[in-house]
Design a protein around this ligand. Structure first.
Ligand SMILES: Cc1cc2nc3c(=O)[nH]c(=O)nc-3n(C[C@H](O)[C@H](O)[C@H](O)COP(=O)(O)OP(=O)(O)OC[C@H]3O[C@@H](n4cnc5c(N)ncnc54)[C@H](O)[C@@H]3O)c2cc1C
Length: 384
């Protein structure tokens, strides 16, 4: 249950603004270039309650609405997108546990997750299966009061520095349809849960995204999410709505940050005797960027209102994620042009926005697939 009002929201967002300007923005360039994990930021996130942002107050979280949470994410991502990944997939895991977990699972994990003592992520993607998740090969076989997991995962954020994952596996590889053989486990790190390699990335630096191997990893049967096999695919689909609102907010934050940088630079840089912001070609870019940022915020709000009301919001979340992430790419690209040659200098911040933006079009469902979800929902909601 949440007990926040508008004034509380304002106070929370103000404290995030202060933190972003004091702690996040000043270190972004250095940690991004060094690809170094920001341990101090993690401790600060714990103190701010970010690891429990959307976990209900019953379990020690802040119990924020998706709308307030999205505003937090936009603010952080406008300075540096990568740290939002530290609490985003952690909160998707927490959301799935809160929605689908047994009472024991909720009581055991959610308070620790809210405090940031147990930091998680989501382990879905495999070398052969990203969009087509039903093609995963990692298997969990029952053995007494445990399951034995074998297989591999790739591109798993928070898996190096975190304590465990919500792990998608096949408990019945022969099941038809395939999703009926899929289950989720709360998988704590233990023997056989092997972090094989930290991946080298174009952007989204400083945050650990890893390849994992599961070699006879034993997970207690009581960690099967909800206690029933075959529900994993539906459970993860439910959790992704919040994830998509979050990615929309990350894309929107990148767009807003790129706009802010470009707006300032366009007033400082002069050519032909006047600031470049007075050239119409630059004005058209700034106007288009600002309009996309504003539109992305409205789409995020529309999705968040439905999510917070407990209504189905796959269409709205998909629209917000699609538009917000494309706005991030568009604004980062346009800002690069406005910065001219200096955009290519690693002395400036804008190149980071350019490198970080594209990921938002890929994660939590690629924008190609999201548009098919939007279309299918349109047709389903508007039968001829
Ligand atoms: C930095 C980073 C962090 C990540 N973090 C995580 C994480 O924490 N946990 C996790 O589980 N995964 C994570 N991922 C993986 C990410 O979710 C997948 O990369 C994504 O789902 C796409 O899967 P894929 O890469 O296998 O692409 P594919 O599924 O192989 O898709 C390739 C192309 O085909 C298109 N395509 C595929 N199927 C269709 C279709 N039916 N219709 C139309 N077009 C289609 C796609 O849009 C894309 O353009 C991360 C990825 C990156 C890059």
């Amino acid at each position: 249950m949440s007990s926040w009002n508008m004034e509380d929201e304002r106070a929370i967002l103000d404290s995030i603004d202060v933190w972003v300007e004091k702690e996040v923005r000043p270190i972004a360039k250095r940690f991004d270039h060094a690809d170094e994990y920001p341990h101090d930021l993690v401790e600060q996130m714990k103190a701010l309650g970010l690891f429990g942002a959307t976990i209900s107050q019953d379990y020690g979280g802040l119990g924020l609405s998706a709308g307030t949470y999205a505003k937090i994410v936009i603010r952080v991502a406008s300075a540096w997108m990568a740290p939002t990944g530290i609490f985003n997939s952690h909160l998707i895991m927490a959301t799935a546990i809160e929605r689908f977990g047994t009472d024991k699972q909720k009581n055991e994990y959610l308070p620790r997750m809210a405090r940031g003592e147990f930091r998680g992520g989501i382990g879905l993607t495999e070398p052969n299966a990203g969009t087509d998740l039903q093609a995963i090969r990692t298997q969990a076989q029952r053995d007494g009061d445990h399951y034995v997991v074998n297989g591999a995962k790739t591109w798993i954020t928070n898996s190096g520095q975190g304590d465990g994952l919500l792990l998608l596996v096949k408990t019945d590889p022969q099941a038809q349809p395939r999703h009926k053989g899929m289950s989720l486990f709360i998988a704590e790190k233990a023997e056989g849960f092997i972090v094989a390699k930290k991946m080298e990335k174009l952007g989204y630096k400083a945050i650990d995204t890893c390849e994992l191997t599961f070699d006879n990893y034993r997970v207690p049967a009581e960690n099967l999410l909800g206690g029933e096999e075959g529900k994993g695919f539906a459970q993860i689909a439910g959790g992704l709505e919040l994830g998509r609102i979050n990615v929309a907010a990350r894309g929107c934050g990148i767009a807003q940050g790129a706009l802010e940088l470009a707006l300032r630079y366009a007033q400082e840089r002069s050519t032909f005797g006047k600031p470049i912001c007075e050239h119409q070609a630059i004005q058209l870019k700034l106007a288009e960027m600002a309009t996309q940022v504003a539109a992305a915020k409205l789409l995020i709000e529309q999705a968040a209102i439905k999510y917070d009301a407990g209504e189905r919001c796959d269409l709205e979340a998909a629209m917000a994620k699609y538009f917000g992430s494309e706005a991030g790419v568009f604004c980062a690209n346009e800002a690069m042009r406005i910065f001219g040659g200096y955009s290519y200098s690693t002395e400036y911040e804008i190149e980071r926005y350019y490198r970080d933006a594209m990921l938002m079009c890929i994660g939590e469902g690629t924008n190609e697939v999201l548009r098919t979800i939007i279309a299918k929902q349109l047709i389903a909601r508007n039968p001829a």
